[in-house]
Design a protein around this ligand. Sequence first.
Ligand code: G3P
Ligand code: CA
Length: 297
Amino acid sequence: MNTLVKKVCLTAAIIGVGASSVQPALADTRHPSMNDNKILNIAHRGGSGYAPEHTLPSYEMGEEMGGDYIELDLQMTKDGELIAMHDETLDRTTDGTGLVKDYTLKEIKELDAGSWFNDIYPEKAKSEYDGLKVQTLEEIIQHFGKDKHYYIETKSPEVYPGMEEKLLELLDEYNLTRQNGPSSKVIIQSFSEASLQKIHEMNEDIPLVQLIDYKTNATITNAQLDHYEEYAVGLGMSFKKIDEEYVDKVRAHDLMIHPYTVLEKEDMRRLIEWGVTGMFTNYPDRLQEVLKEMKRK
Ligand code: G3P
Ligand code: CA
């Protein structure tokens, strides 16, 4: 299969449509929203509007609230373990301080990754959040299983040589590197094109999403879209920077478009009307409600 055909098939598989038509594909009963609306509900750092980001309760909440994918950011410890954390430093989401790369997993496991949330959001605080542990990617896969869907970001890959190899090794071990159903089990995303290109060289089958950090309103040329199409199946960018014309252009190139991080229902509705194929949200329950409302329209 050539690269273009493969990409079209992957895109189709991810959004839950048959490769040769726009009809819904095999029903994925675990993820009905993919079939009903073809809009991916991506639980950003889990249900992180309700629980400390990147902890098991947050991911569990994301699942329970209708998230199709658990979104998680990767950092790497001094001893080369992939952990789920957004920041390069421990300071914001644990009671530790300093760079993740300067600590071993054993040291990071001693930290409290939940109390900060109770302190900042007393109205959402729960006693069980106190003392939560930082999770490794492997622990998350073991906890949720290889039938769940993971939308994994290589964060700061330039700081962590070997991060991509370790990620693919782990995914391979859990048989998550193949397309084995109507929707892909794993999508890998990054702001770093180099990181995605490296992954693409190692494994052309894993669907990749290029994140773009627009400083001003988003614009994109056909040449840029052609370039992204060579290795990625979709793009992600701040929902605040795009308009309907931008969405049209991306979709005309058969790339998925997953804006981040959408919190309010009116923004969700507008983006769906523009034709996005999914979105990152801290409130997967809100997106579920919007999808249901819009289906009734
Ligand atoms: O990965 C999509 C979105 O999460 C990118 O922003 O900073 O929340 O990782 P960030
Ligand atoms: Ca992310």
